[in-house]
Design a protein. Structure first.
Length: 284
């Protein structure tokens, strides 16, 4: 929960020229000055995330990972766009400062946002909450925040091209099936049966809203002393889709077995579940 405890040395694969970045920001980011230090957050590795410190100012940098990427994955440009748009609404998001699409600066596109202070609960049951009453209030706040996301007037925000309204479930099943086929290393009969079953049971409801795509407690920040959501992070999978997809995804965490424990024991099917879930919500 403490951001200082979640800082790690920059991973070798994610290193970049910090001097080039500092010089770029001094010329483009208002108020950026002084010597800069860079540390990496242990979490947020789908899009590596870094803390930039300059004197009494701190910023957060999110970038694409290096290497060959699956189509539409790790879309920091989309993430920046939706956060910037939602700043005008009641949805709690961090303030964004700039988006850089120039690969020559740090090797991949990136964006800069504010460093927020609060609590992040890494476990969906929030065992670190003060008591059961606060825990319930946090879950209520999560539901309220999700409702705010789903009731945003996306047309008024100019997001008509942020996704394809309608037919969301069918498109998702089609997309993650193709992603799975493109990345699998061996045939898994149960996955083939799952793909077939999903194609035969696609819901017909075409309700459309902004969907987060990865909505869960860990991707929110709770006020340091109140059971109130002050920010929603990790919008890279957001798109226009069916609001029940977000609700189902959030509920899923309370029905799966202890993922870390299962992975430590080498449970292959738990790994498969995680991969399928990650593919399921790529924005299309």
């Amino acid at each position: 929960m403490n951001s200082e405890q979640e800082m790690v040395k920059i991973r070798e694969a994610h290193r970049f020229d910090e001097n080039v970045l500092a010089n770029y920001l001094r010329g483009t980011l208002e108020g950026f000055s002084g010597e800069m230090t860079v540390r990496q957050f242990a979490y947020g590795q789908s899009n590596p995330t870094f803390l930039l410190s300059t004197g009494d100012r701190e910023y957060v940098l999110r970038k694409k990972p290096p290497g060959k990427l699956l189509p539409s994955a790790h879309a920091v440009e989309r993430e920046y766009r939706i956060i910037k748009a939602l700043e005008k609404t009641g949805v709690p998001v961090p303030k964004t400062y700039l988006l850089c699409k120039d690969d020559s600066i740090i090797g991949t596109p990136f964006y800069i946002m504010e460093k927020m202070e609060g609590r992040i609960f890494r476990t969906p049951t929030a065992p670190d909450a003060a008591d059961a009453r606060e825990r319930a209030a946090i879950f209520d706040a999560m539901n309220d925040t999700l409702a705010k996301i789903h009731t945003v007037d996306w047309k008024a925000l100019g997001l008509e091209d942020f996704g394809k309204p309608g037919n969301y479930m069918a498109r998702q099943v089609s997309r993650w099936s193709k992603q799975y086929e493109a990345s699998k290393t061996e045939r898994i009969e149960s996955m083939d049966k799952l793909i077939q079953w999903l194609n035969q049971h696609i819901p017909t409801d075409i309700s459309t809203s902004i969907v987060h795509g990865d909505y869960r407690l860990e991707n929110t920040m709770v006020h340091s002393s109140e059971p109130r959501i002050i920010a929603v992070f990790d919008w890279e999978l957001s798109t226009l889709g069916h609001p029940l997809a977000d609700l189902a995804y959030n509920c899923m965490g309370y029905h799966l077995p202890d993922i870390e424990e299962k992975l430590e024991r080498g449970y292959l099917h738990t790994r498969i579940i995680l991969e399928v879930v990650s593919f399921l919500f790529y924005p299309i």
